[in-house]
Design a protein around this ligand. Sequence first.
Ligand code: IP8
Length: 257
Amino acid sequence: MSSTVILKWGGGLITRKSNLCEANYGVIDSLSEICRRFDKNLVIIHGAGSFGHLKAKKYRLAEGNIPGIDQNTGVKEVRNDMLELNSIVVKSLQNHGLSVMTYPPHKWATGTGPNFSGELPIHEGITVVYGDVVDDSEKGFGILSGDDLMYRYATELLDVERAVFAIGGVDGILRVPPEHAKPEDLIEVWSPQMEFEGEHASDIDVTGGIGLKAARGAMIAEKGVDVLIINGEIPERVLSAINGQSVKGTRIVSGNS
Ligand code: IP8
């Protein structure tokens, strides 16, 4: 049986983050092309970018049900927008000849954070899931981040070789915010004891930005799985990372290793 790589396609990588529901088709196709070039099983978990965060912020969906505010429209719209982004991703992979099955999380997962409930669906070939608006028994609904799905897939499937977070705009975790960063500010090996001034666009993002990826990455590394954060705009890096070859980026270690 071939092994499995868990790969995040960050929302800021596959969409234009500040323009509502604008996909970055060029990047999506280049990532699909990479996925054709090896024979491992793959779980692709894509983020939301401008198909999720802008409206989720507007309707305050991450806070759950707020009495007196009509959030139903927001829940429906964000679920539909995410289905649209998901179908762009799936079509691109299929156009590259890949066997893909997608499982919208609002149909099988409940609750938010790393301990959400639901049996992880899996397909022999490429499994696609994504950050979504899910039902929640206490809050009514909430936002389940793709980073929490990364944690669960990377630690619960039996044959996981590594987990790779491909993100947009940066080469990995930087010591300072990207606009001030020099090449030497890339942290090549990061553990939770190390501080960094990660940028979190909280005016746009309803989940945790790079900080959440680092935190979930450390939880994955703790279970003995290799974790990398890399720049997904450079397709060759994604290929090297998937194949376990040395690549520019940040390797996350648990701090106990
Ligand atoms: O971009 C967020 O998922 P993420 C999902 O993976 C929504 O954190 C709908 C905002």
